[in-house]
Design a protein around this ligand. Structure first.
Ligand code: FVH
Length: 300
């Protein structure tokens, strides 16, 4: 059947949204809701940060309670979930009853579950989220947000939330969005660990970082192509490899550590990896590939 062009998704009906927390990310979120035509109320601990949003058409709220009262959909984006708890501490018992709280603050699965229980006990509906974007990416096709928790509340507000970027539902366990988020960020920080170590190494010989990045980026991109194969091995439990064994990595790794030392570069980021390779070989997994390390890392 020939493909038919799909008609554009209908614009969501304007939904009042309150955004609590106007740091770099919260401001980007509030601005995206405003540009999409939603009435937006904003609150921030330091009131000065409401100024640019008010200039774009947002209503300033003097207190978190006023912000929560203004909209059925309340988006929180504070520095930590302790801050979210503090904001909830300051609200009257009934203030959040009937509201949908969408918490996009970075946090742990346990924190998300505890906040969900707390919000539910107050009569609110709770959706946790993890933003996979930097502020400049919000509302662009590259941005997406992971969500978990109250599915009905999520579906009710999905089209409004979609102005921030793609929406990705991870499940009714409120902790799942945080788990997915932390997993993706773990991959990112692991990648940056390698980047900063490599650039530190070449800087010791005055090789330009920008010049070296021209080699580093395509190399890392090519290596990322092997991730699906590692993932397949993890899922199947079949770790034998014909690509590169843990024994080969273990034999090569001392060269990295001794070169870092010789060049005057700290080994603190990479010594734990040597220790894990040593354990893998000691425990009899010399012929396996990197996927085996996934099992060795799991403690429970
Ligand atoms: N920026 C990014 O690239 C990342 C992308 C992925 C998601 N993260 C998470 O988003 C949360 C907010 O990050 P942010 O970039 O907006 O952070 P800041 O610009 O530092 O703004 C922090 C806001 O939190 C408010 N705040 C801090 N402490 C308290 C408190 N005790 N009570 C109430 N509000 C508090 C702060 O208020 P103020 O300092 O302006 O008064 C800002 O509004 C975060 O979880 C990232 O991990 C961003």
């Amino acid at each position: 059947m020939p493909a038919r062009p799909s008609s554009p998704a209908p614009a969501p009906a304007p939904t009042p949204v309150s955004v609590l927390g106007l740091g770099m990310m919260g401001s980007a979120l509030a601005s995206a809701f405003l540009r999409a035509g939603h009435p937006v109320t904003v609150w921030n601990r330091s009131p000065a940060k409401t100024g640019p949003l008010v200039a774009q058409g947002a209503l300033p709220a003097a207190t978190p309670a006023d912000a929560v009262a203004a909209s059925p959909l309340v988006v929180l984006c504070l520095l930590t979930n302790d801050n979210v708890d503090e904001v909830l501490d300051g609200l009257d018992g009934g203030a959040v009853a009937g509201k949908t709280l969408v918490n996009l603050t970075n946090g742990t699965p346990e924190q998300a579950r505890a906040l969900s229980a707390r919000a539910t006990a107050l009569g609110a509906r709770y959706v946790d989220g993890g933003i996979m974007a930097v502020p400049q990416m919000i509302a662009s096709p590259a941005a997406y947000v992971l969500y978990s928790g109250d599915e009905e509340a999520y579906e009710t507000h999905r089209s409004t939330l979609a102005v921030l970027g793609g929406t990705r539902w991870t499940g009714t366990d409120p902790g799942l969005a945080a788990l997915y988020d932390l997993g993706l960020l773990t991959g990112m920080y692991g990648m940056f660990t390698g980047v900063v170590q490599a650039l530190a190494l070449v800087r010791t010989e005055n090789i330009g970082a920008e010049e070296y990045a021209e080699l580093l980026v395509p190399w890392m991109t090519a290596m990322l192509g092997g991730v699906p194969e590692i993932a397949r091995a993890v899922d199947s439990g079949s770790h034998l490899t014909d690509v590169s064994s843990l024994a080969v990595s273990q034999a090569a790794f001392p060269n990295f550590l001794s070169t870092f030392r010789a060049q005057g570069v700290s080994t603190e980021l990479f010594e734990p990896f040597q220790a894990l390779l040593d354990r893998a070989v000691e425990e009899g997994y010399a012929g396996d590939g990197a996927s085996r390390m996934v099992e060795l890392l799991i403690k429970r």
